[in-house]
Design a protein around this ligand. Structure first.
Ligand SMILES: [Fe+2]
Ligand SMILES: [Fe+2]
Length: 205
Protein backbone atom coordinates (compact mmCIF):
# COMPACT_ATOMS: atom_id res chain seq x y z
CA UNK A 1 0.00 0.00 0.00
CA UNK A 2 2.80 2.38 0.98
CA UNK A 3 4.54 1.74 -2.29
CA UNK A 4 1.35 2.28 -4.30
CA UNK A 5 0.76 5.62 -2.59
CA UNK A 6 4.42 6.50 -3.11
CA UNK A 7 4.10 5.71 -6.82
CA UNK A 8 0.93 7.79 -7.11
CA UNK A 9 2.59 10.69 -5.35
CA UNK A 10 5.56 10.39 -7.71
CA UNK A 11 3.27 10.34 -10.76
CA UNK A 12 1.39 13.48 -9.72
CA UNK A 13 4.63 15.27 -8.90
CA UNK A 14 6.17 14.33 -12.26
CA UNK A 15 3.13 15.44 -14.23
CA UNK A 16 2.00 18.53 -12.39
CA UNK A 17 4.73 19.94 -10.12
CA UNK A 18 7.57 22.13 -11.31
CA UNK A 19 10.54 19.70 -11.31
CA UNK A 20 13.61 20.79 -9.35
CA UNK A 21 17.06 19.58 -10.29
CA UNK A 22 19.74 18.62 -7.80
CA UNK A 23 22.50 19.45 -10.28
CA UNK A 24 22.82 22.83 -11.96
CA UNK A 25 21.59 22.99 -15.53
CA UNK A 26 24.52 22.43 -17.94
CA UNK A 27 25.31 25.60 -19.86
CA UNK A 28 27.99 26.89 -22.12
CA UNK A 29 28.66 30.20 -20.36
CA UNK A 30 30.79 31.72 -23.10
CA UNK A 31 28.15 31.22 -25.75
CA UNK A 32 24.82 33.01 -25.52
CA UNK A 33 21.99 31.46 -27.49
CA UNK A 34 20.26 33.66 -30.07
CA UNK A 35 17.76 31.92 -32.30
CA UNK A 36 15.50 33.03 -35.13
CA UNK A 37 11.77 32.28 -34.92
CA UNK A 38 11.99 29.15 -37.05
CA UNK A 39 15.05 27.78 -35.21
CA UNK A 40 13.32 28.44 -31.94
CA UNK A 41 10.26 26.48 -33.03
CA UNK A 42 12.37 23.60 -34.28
CA UNK A 43 14.41 23.49 -31.06
CA UNK A 44 11.22 23.64 -28.98
CA UNK A 45 9.74 20.64 -30.83
CA UNK A 46 12.89 18.60 -30.20
CA UNK A 47 13.08 19.62 -26.55
CA UNK A 48 9.40 18.73 -26.09
CA UNK A 49 10.20 15.24 -27.37
CA UNK A 50 13.08 15.03 -24.90
CA UNK A 51 10.87 16.25 -22.07
CA UNK A 52 8.39 13.46 -22.89
CA UNK A 53 11.26 10.99 -22.79
CA UNK A 54 12.10 12.14 -19.28
CA UNK A 55 8.45 11.90 -18.19
CA UNK A 56 8.61 8.30 -19.38
CA UNK A 57 11.93 7.75 -17.58
CA UNK A 58 10.31 8.81 -14.30
CA UNK A 59 7.45 6.40 -14.91
CA UNK A 60 9.73 3.50 -15.88
CA UNK A 61 12.10 3.86 -12.96
CA UNK A 62 9.28 4.35 -10.45
CA UNK A 63 7.48 1.25 -11.76
CA UNK A 64 10.62 -0.84 -11.78
CA UNK A 65 11.63 0.27 -8.29
CA UNK A 66 8.15 -0.79 -7.21
CA UNK A 67 8.33 -4.15 -8.98
CA UNK A 68 11.68 -5.40 -7.68
CA UNK A 69 12.06 -7.27 -4.41
CA UNK A 70 15.78 -6.52 -4.31
CA UNK A 71 16.50 -3.60 -1.97
CA UNK A 72 19.92 -2.82 -3.49
CA UNK A 73 18.41 -2.68 -6.95
CA UNK A 74 15.55 -0.50 -5.73
CA UNK A 75 18.09 1.99 -4.42
CA UNK A 76 19.89 1.93 -7.76
CA UNK A 77 16.62 2.58 -9.62
CA UNK A 78 15.76 5.44 -7.27
CA UNK A 79 19.23 6.93 -7.70
CA UNK A 80 18.87 6.84 -11.50
CA UNK A 81 15.37 8.34 -11.17
CA UNK A 82 16.90 11.28 -9.30
CA UNK A 83 19.28 11.94 -12.19
CA UNK A 84 16.39 11.56 -14.63
CA UNK A 85 14.56 14.15 -12.58
CA UNK A 86 17.40 16.59 -13.29
CA UNK A 87 16.84 15.89 -16.99
CA UNK A 88 13.14 16.54 -16.52
CA UNK A 89 13.84 19.87 -14.82
CA UNK A 90 16.42 20.95 -17.41
CA UNK A 91 14.24 20.11 -20.41
CA UNK A 92 11.23 21.81 -18.79
CA UNK A 93 13.29 24.92 -18.03
CA UNK A 94 14.53 24.99 -21.63
CA UNK A 95 10.98 24.65 -22.97
CA UNK A 96 9.99 27.60 -20.78
CA UNK A 97 12.91 29.65 -22.13
CA UNK A 98 11.85 28.79 -25.67
CA UNK A 99 8.29 29.85 -24.86
CA UNK A 100 6.95 26.38 -25.63
CA UNK A 101 4.69 24.02 -23.72
CA UNK A 102 5.28 20.41 -22.81
CA UNK A 103 3.32 17.63 -24.53
CA UNK A 104 -0.40 17.70 -23.78
CA UNK A 105 -0.34 13.91 -23.76
CA UNK A 106 2.11 13.58 -20.85
CA UNK A 107 -0.36 11.76 -18.56
CA UNK A 108 -0.86 9.22 -21.32
CA UNK A 109 2.89 8.75 -21.90
CA UNK A 110 3.43 8.41 -18.17
CA UNK A 111 0.72 5.76 -17.80
CA UNK A 112 2.02 3.80 -20.77
CA UNK A 113 5.62 3.83 -19.57
CA UNK A 114 4.56 2.95 -16.03
CA UNK A 115 2.64 -0.05 -17.34
CA UNK A 116 5.62 -1.18 -19.42
CA UNK A 117 7.89 -0.84 -16.37
CA UNK A 118 5.57 -3.02 -14.30
CA UNK A 119 5.34 -5.64 -17.05
CA UNK A 120 9.14 -5.70 -17.38
CA UNK A 121 9.39 -6.01 -13.60
CA UNK A 122 7.12 -9.07 -13.61
CA UNK A 123 9.63 -10.96 -15.71
CA UNK A 124 12.16 -10.65 -12.90
CA UNK A 125 15.19 -8.46 -12.27
CA UNK A 126 17.49 -9.65 -15.10
CA UNK A 127 14.81 -8.98 -17.75
CA UNK A 128 13.72 -5.76 -16.07
CA UNK A 129 17.35 -4.61 -16.13
CA UNK A 130 17.70 -5.75 -19.74
CA UNK A 131 14.71 -3.61 -20.61
CA UNK A 132 16.38 -0.64 -18.91
CA UNK A 133 19.68 -1.18 -20.70
CA UNK A 134 17.93 -1.28 -24.06
CA UNK A 135 15.78 1.76 -23.22
CA UNK A 136 18.79 3.81 -22.15
CA UNK A 137 20.75 2.78 -25.23
CA UNK A 138 17.92 3.76 -27.52
CA UNK A 139 17.55 7.09 -25.70
CA UNK A 140 21.29 7.68 -26.01
CA UNK A 141 21.14 7.07 -29.77
CA UNK A 142 18.09 9.29 -30.03
CA UNK A 143 19.87 12.12 -28.18
CA UNK A 144 22.83 11.78 -30.50
CA UNK A 145 20.38 12.29 -33.37
CA UNK A 146 19.12 15.44 -31.68
CA UNK A 147 22.64 16.79 -31.30
CA UNK A 148 22.84 16.51 -35.07
CA UNK A 149 19.41 18.10 -35.64
CA UNK A 150 19.32 20.92 -33.06
CA UNK A 151 20.18 24.35 -34.50
CA UNK A 152 23.94 24.81 -34.38
CA UNK A 153 23.44 28.08 -32.52
CA UNK A 154 21.29 26.55 -29.78
CA UNK A 155 24.11 26.10 -27.29
CA UNK A 156 21.70 26.02 -24.37
CA UNK A 157 19.71 23.01 -25.64
CA UNK A 158 22.86 21.29 -26.85
CA UNK A 159 24.56 21.54 -23.45
CA UNK A 160 21.52 19.93 -21.80
CA UNK A 161 21.18 17.15 -24.38
CA UNK A 162 24.92 16.36 -24.25
CA UNK A 163 24.85 15.94 -20.46
CA UNK A 164 21.70 13.84 -20.66
CA UNK A 165 23.29 11.60 -23.26
CA UNK A 166 26.30 11.04 -20.98
CA UNK A 167 24.01 10.23 -18.03
CA UNK A 168 21.90 7.78 -20.04
CA UNK A 169 25.06 5.93 -21.07
CA UNK A 170 25.97 5.62 -17.37
CA UNK A 171 22.47 4.36 -16.55
CA UNK A 172 22.77 1.69 -19.25
CA UNK A 173 26.20 0.71 -17.98
CA UNK A 174 25.00 0.46 -14.36
CA UNK A 175 21.96 -1.62 -15.29
CA UNK A 176 24.21 -3.91 -17.35
CA UNK A 177 26.60 -4.32 -14.43
CA UNK A 178 23.67 -5.14 -12.12
CA UNK A 179 22.94 -8.31 -14.10
CA UNK A 180 20.84 -7.41 -17.15
CA UNK A 181 20.09 -10.01 -19.81
CA UNK A 182 20.14 -9.10 -23.51
CA UNK A 183 16.61 -8.75 -24.88
CA UNK A 184 15.68 -10.66 -28.06
CA UNK A 185 15.90 -8.58 -31.30
CA UNK A 186 12.09 -8.57 -31.93
CA UNK A 187 11.51 -7.03 -28.49
CA UNK A 188 14.13 -4.36 -29.19
CA UNK A 189 12.48 -3.66 -32.54
CA UNK A 190 9.05 -3.35 -30.88
CA UNK A 191 10.52 -0.91 -28.36
CA UNK A 192 11.99 1.18 -31.17
CA UNK A 193 8.63 1.21 -32.95
CA UNK A 194 6.80 2.32 -29.79
CA UNK A 195 9.41 5.04 -29.19
CA UNK A 196 8.95 6.23 -32.76
CA UNK A 197 5.21 6.71 -32.23
CA UNK A 198 5.92 8.65 -29.05
CA UNK A 199 8.65 10.90 -30.49
CA UNK A 200 6.71 11.60 -33.70
CA UNK A 201 3.56 12.56 -31.79
CA UNK A 202 5.35 14.61 -29.15
CA UNK A 203 7.04 16.63 -31.88
CA UNK A 204 3.65 18.26 -32.54
CA UNK A 205 1.33 17.61 -29.59
FE1 LIG B 1 17.14 11.01 -18.93
FE1 LIG C 1 18.57 7.40 -18.12
Amino acid sequence: MDRILGALDQALRTLFAQPRSTRACPVVPAEATHLGAQERQHAAALMRVNHVGEICAQALYTAQAMATRNEVLRRQFNEAAREENDHLAWTKARLDELGARPSLLNPLWYAGAFGLGLVAGRFGDPVSLGFLVETERQVEAHLQGHLERLPAADHASRAIVAQMKADEATHAHNAQAAGAVELPPPVKAAMRAAAKVMTTTAHYI
